[in-house]
Design a protein around this ligand. Structure first.
Ligand code: HEM
Length: 929
């Protein structure tokens, strides 16, 4: 096992650096590996690796013999230094071969680490503790994490035991007390949480790692062993038992006895660092039994079951012996690494702890010379020795400066790049991304590299995700490392060429059903997962209000109080007001509609001339909508008044421009748009005129020509005038273009499918009445299949979005394969495309892109996989109204015409605004029956 572990080590190869694991492993893990080598020798007495170990431990001490080598200070944290300190402490305790006299000695090195860290104890923020990072300029300086305290506590306690010096014990006590006082160590369950930012000491990052518990456990055992006063002995005994109770959280499996890195293993998100953590819990649990012997009966069975499970995973790699990460699967999980090998080896060796020697002290055979004053210089804490800055780094720094300014212009962030800041471009990049928050790079890059040496501040979210066992999606569909410019310009090109829906579909195919994308420097989560859409629209609707892009696209026209733009109470009020107006009587009243159909049919050339059917259908839906809503049609198909023509012009302009504005993003969105404002004012005044007329007629008791007018129904509740206008315009926006698009796409497909037309006509002609009733239409199966299929393939609301109003979880998209839950941060907008959803081959079969109305005759069962009218509480209230109109139009059309022929070739391109429309129309010709 040791040889397999050492197959990752290159420090003893020609050109290798002693003590270091090769990149991408961090420096600290070299120290941890040295600790494993000392353990290996301690348990087995095999000395083969001792010289390599000694060489590695001595090579990394740095010029002041305190494990602060200048080339590591860029990222060195107290915990990193601590791991080297604990390794040399083990060397002293096990009487590992002592270095030559002219070299620093193990115990003195451990004391140097302790001294430098004790000097860093800082009371100002959070009342004490060590910061994670040592240097003010490093990310993570403002974070106080448990592992930094754990390493310090562990070394202090062991030094107290080894040297008998009470001042070490005092520091250990103080560290323990501070951990408890801050809540990082929760005495109710002895859970140890990750850490906290000094800006808010009460906001604790709540995930738990095995190594924190392990380091405190062994330290507590050292304190127990060191203590002489009965009360103190009893206190530490209690604490050890408490920590052992708390450690139970790390054991999973049927019998809860297999060690597991629970914050990352189940979701396949353990980074390179975390892959090794179980090595340390194993190491320190075993060591605990030496100083707190009563724990043996409890610890040994856990080590045994874990070792057996770990060994069962060691069947991988080219040699068939490499160990995996997930012990509780009892088979190799396909992963290999130094961490996996260290962990498996340590847990197996730990099982022989009973036979192993007791660690020594100064009085019980310890031979390592100490130096209580070592490490006092603590160089680097205030001054850093910089590696020379290269030309490439300078160039990188300039680029990043420019990008930072671009970030400001785009309204995202500005990262001040200080002339004296000598950090490398990649460090700056990381800082830029972290400050940007919304920018893509932060989470992604660091997730790949392991985030240990980088600020947890920027990973707070990722860490939360781990803690909650829901991994972030790992795929970012842009190549540009910073702004995602190429993805953005590709999307813009697709939008301009009316292929945005294909572009989205391509992204889903390439990057999975849930992935992040970039729009104007802001991250946006794309999802095509049925479960996620159901959660957003249904089960967790309250977490997902209309906001972000979806809101911006309608706000200029509708204002914040309409049914289409409001949320919460305001939305409930608007919905309650409108819902009764969608009554069955009105839906089934086809008389109002019949008039406009007749106008439309009369406007169609029946001499074989090519015409754009979308145009006549749009006119018809505007005429019928205004008639139904206001009691007065625009009569676009016959003799529209100049006011009506202006109204329609304003309506179309305002819809188009507000959609465009939404695409500019939240900053540029606020630029004034005078023409849009004027168009909106015109729209509202037009509706206001009819509203006042309806009020006046109501007052004077003038009878309506038609029995049902939507406005009359609304006025029964006597809402304020502008509020009523908001709602009327909402329905116009919601109902007009959607219905026109649904009809256009039905004709588009029928014009290309003579057999479907034949079948449809057969069904239509089987009805005796010229004017079918609502019930008759409902019973026409093929007709309804045609409509369903058209709504599937070109669903009018092709994309939609919502924005999380709190940190929340979606069921799918996290983890390596996207099958795990995913944590979504507050403020993140999530977009789905019903267009892509409706064409999923796993739901609709390999011919999902084809128009085949018959598919609805089969046993195709869909629920959230088919959502042309959305779903959940905000489901379209106009659904029956729209379906009836479409069915009636098709019925009347095919009673009059026996054939429809496509007069354009090429794919049907879609312009994507709030609803889709066909930018080049839909050219057809017809033949009279
Ligand atoms: C084929 C035609 C139609 C389709 C495909 C359709 C689709 C939709 C969709 C997908 C939504 C949800 C939008 C969102 O939550 O962001 C919606 C909402 C809505 N639709 Fe429709 N719709 C159609 C016709 C109509 C008609 C004819 C009316 C009214 C006469 C109407 C009134 C509404 C209203 C008021 C809402 C907002 C509901 C709410 O937020 O509570 N729709 N529609």
């Amino acid at each position: 096992m040791v040889d397999d572990m050492m197959s990752f080590y290159t420090g003893n190869h020609p050109g290798g650096v002693p003590g270091l694991l090769p990149r991408p492993y961090y420096w600290w893990e070299g120290g941890a590996l040295m600790g494993s080598l000392i353990d290996y020798w301690y348990y087995t007495a095999d000395t083969r690796w001792n010289n390599v170990t000694e060489e590695g431990l001595l090579f990394q001490v740095g010029p002041n013999n305190d494990y602060m080598p200048p080339n590591q200070t860029m990222t060195e944290g107290n915990d990193d230094q601590g791991f080297w300190g604990m390794a040399v402490m083990s060397a002293a305790e096990h009487n590992f071969q002592n270095p030559p006299d002219d070299k620093p000695q193990w115990l003195a090195l451990a004391q140097a680490v302790f001294n430098t860290q004790a000097a860093r104890w800082e009371k100002k923020d959070c009342g004490g503790g060590l910061r994670w990072q040592i240097f003010t300029w490093n990310n993570g300086y403002n974070y106080k994490n448990s592992i930094s305290q754990a390493c310090f506590f562990n070394i202090a306690a062991r030094l107290a035991r080894y040297t008998g010096n009470q001042s070490y014990a005092d520091w250990a006590e103080q560290t323990w007390d501070w951990m408890v006082a801050t809540g990082l160590l929760d005495l109710r369950n002895y859970y140890i949480y990750d850490g906290m930012h000094v800006e808010n000491c009460s906001s604790i990052t709540p995930y738990q790692w095995t190594y924190n518990t392990g380091a405190f456990l062994q330290g507590a055992a050292a304190m127990y062993n060191y203590s002489t006063r009965a009360a103190q002995v009893e206190t530490w005994r209690e604490r050890i038992d408490g920590l052992l109770n708390g450690s139970q959280v790390f054991y999973t499996g049927d019998n809860k006895n297999i060690m597991t890195e629970v914050a990352c293993e189940p979701v396949d998100l353990c980074d390179l660092d975390q892959q090794s953590f179980k090595a340390y819990l194993s190491r320190w649990m075993a060591a605990t039994t030496k100083w707190a012997p009563w724990t043996y009966g409890r610890i040994k069975p856990l080590l045994e079951s874990s070792a057996m499970a770990a060994a069962a995973t060691c069947t991988g790699g080219d040699n068939g012996r490499m160990c995996g990460l997930k012990w509780n699967t009892r088979k190799w999980d396909g992963s290999t690494g130094a961490g996996q090998q260290m962990a498996a080896m340590e847990v197996v060796l730990a099982n022989t702890i009973e036979e192993a020697r007791l660690p020594v002290t100064n009085w019980t055979g310890g031979t390592s010379p100490g130096d209580p004053g070592a490490g006092g210089a603590d160089v680097g804490r205030k001054n850093r020795e910089f590696p020379p800055i290269s030309t490439a780094e300078k160039a990188g720094a300039y680029i990043l400066t420019i990008l930072a300014i671009v970030g400001l212009i785009l309204g995202s962030v500005f990262v001040l790049i200080d002339e004296n800041d000598r950090s490398s471009p990649s460090e700056r990049l990381v800082r830029l991304c972290s400050a940007a928050g919304n920018w893509s790079r932060g989470l992604l890059k660091l997730q790949g590299q392991g985030s240990k040496n980088l600020s947890l501040n920027k990973y707070r979210f990722q860490c939360r995700a781990r803690a909650l066992h829901c991994g972030p999606v790992a795929v970012y569909p842009h190549k540009d490392p910073i702004l995602g410019l190429d993805a953005f310009s590709e999307a813009l090109r697709a939008l301009k060429s009316h292929r945005l829906l294909d572009f989205y579909a391509g992204r889903f195919a390439s990057y999975g059903n849930t992935h992040y994308t970039i729009a104007l420097g802001k991250r946006l989560l794309m999802t095509n997962e049925v479960e996620n859409i159901k959660t957003i629209l249904g089960t967790k609707m309250d977490d997902w209000p209309i906001d972000g892009p979806r809101l911006l696209a309608t706000l200029p026209v509708l204002g914040p109080d309409s049914i289409f733009t409001s949320n919460g109470e305001a939305w409930h009020r608007a919905r309650a007001l409108l819902k009764p107006s969608f009554v069955r009587d009105q839906v089934a009243d086809l008389k109002c509609f019949d008039r406009h159909i007749k106008d439309m049919l009369a406007a169609i050339p029946d001499d074989g001339t090519t015409f754009d059917i979308q145009s006549v259908l749009s006119d018809m839906t505007m005429d019928s909508s205004t008639d139904f809503l206001l009691g007065s049609s625009t009569h676009l198909l016959t003799e529209a008044s100049p006011e009506a023509q202006q109204f329609v012009k304003d309506f179309e302009y305002a819809s188009r421009e507000s959609a465009k504005k939404a695409r500019l993003g939240p900053i540029l969105y606020h630029l004034p748009h005078r023409k849009l404002k004027e168009a909106v004012r015109g729209l509202r005044e037009y509706v206001r005129f009819y509203l006042r007329r309806a009020r006046a007629e109501k007052k004077s008791g003038v009878a309506r020509e038609r029995k049902y007018v939507f406005l009359d129904e609304l006025l029964k509740a006597n809402p304020p005038e502008d509020y009523t206008i908001d709602q009327i315009l909402s329905i116009l926006i919601a109902g007009r273009d959607t219905t026109a698009t649904a009809m256009t796409s039905a004709f588009y497909f029928l014009a290309r499918s003579p057999s479907a037309v034949e079948k449809l006509r057969e069904e239509i002609n089987s009805v005796d009445d010229e004017n079918p009733t609502w019930e008759q239409l409902k019973h026409m199966k093929y007709l309804n299949n045609v409509i369903k299929e058209a709504l599937r393939l070109f669903t009018p609301v092709a994309t939609n979005s919502r924005t999380a109003n709190k940190e929340t979880v979606l069921p799918r998209g996290g983890g390596k394969d996207g099958s795990q839950p995913i944590l979504v941060p507050k403020g993140m907008s999530v977009r789905w495309t019903s267009h892509a959803l409706h064409r999923k081959q796993d739901v609709y079969g390999p011919d999902a892109d084809e128009f085949r109305p018959e598919r609805w005759d089969s046993d195709l069962r869909v629920s959230w996989e088919y959502i042309p009218f959305s779903g959940g509480p905000r489901i379209c209230p106009g659904q029956q109204f729209a379906l009836t109109q479409i069915a009636y139009t098709l019925f009347k059309f095919f009673r009059m015409f026996r054939a429809i022929e496509a007069r354009d070739s090429g794919p049907l391109l879609a312009q994507t605004n709030l609803t889709i429309s066909f930018p080049y129309g839909c050219l057809v010709s017809v033949t009279r029956a």
